[in-house]
Design a protein around this ligand. Structure first.
Ligand code: SF4
Length: 212
């Protein structure tokens, strides 16, 4: 467990490093948010942002997406990992939103989780992005960086979520989630963490920096 002083120092440094912690996905409404988040599973935000402009031109809302021809949709999202499964999930998700939620994206964890292609992490991202409730979604970067920093020790994603959440107040979860992602993408990379350049190296038990 981190001491209170060390945790506050971590938050202070993250705030300095990444002053604008927010999603790097491009979206402007609930429809675009849910579609982008579903596409972003096991795929970079950059790739998703390259595909969504043409996707949203062809299918601008739940109604149009629910009526999409799967082959046409697959053609547009082909550069995205697992595009076939995601195309199927997107159409089914849009159909459920129309049939069960009168065409509006549900605003509860239960409602979101009932939709195709939406698991715990995806629901958490949406709840957090929309400020509906505090959530701490654990993606591959959050998982890796939390464990390297020893904010969590479990090898199970849900446990990592639990262990990190326990140590911080709910209003800090959203920014901490984004900070861990930013840090994982830029510095604490999967294959070769850049510990020598890392501003957290003196706080990190996994640091290989000679200065830490
Ligand atoms: S010191 Fe190294 S392992 Fe620790 S957070 Fe920084 S890059 Fe990651």
């Amino acid at each position: 467990m981190w001491s209170e002083t060390k945790k506050q120092e971590l938050l202070r440094r993250f705030g300095k490093l990444y002053p604008d912690p927010k999603s790097e996905l491009t979206f402007s409404n609930d429809f675009e948010l849910v579609v982008s988040v579903i596409l972003s599973a096991q795929c970079t935000d950059k790739k998703v942002n390259e595909v969504t402009p043409s996707l949203f031109r062809a299918y601008p809302n739940f109604k149009r997406l629910s009526e999409a021809e799967i082959a046409e949709l697959e053609k547009i999202i082909r550069p995205i990992n697992y595009y076939r499964t995601k195309a199927r999930n997107l159409i089914r998700m849009a159909q459920s939103v129309r049939e069960e939620f009168r065409g509006k994206l549900p605003q509860t964890r239960e409602g979101l989780s009932s939709l195709h292609g939406i698991g715990r992490k995806t629901a958490s991202v949406i709840l957090s992005e929309k400020n509906i409730e505090p959530a701490f979604p654990v993606d591959t970067h959050v998982f890796r960086v939390s464990r390297r920093l020893k904010l969590a020790r479990s090898k199970v994603r849900d446990k990592v979520e639990e262990q990190v959440k326990k140590q911080f107040e709910p209003p800090r979860w959203r920014e901490l989630h984004h900070w861990l992602i930013f840090h994982g993408r830029r510095i604490c990379k999967a294959q070769r963490p850049l510990c020598e350049e890392c501003a957290l190296s003196d706080l990190c038990a996994s640091s290989t920096s000679k200065n830490s």
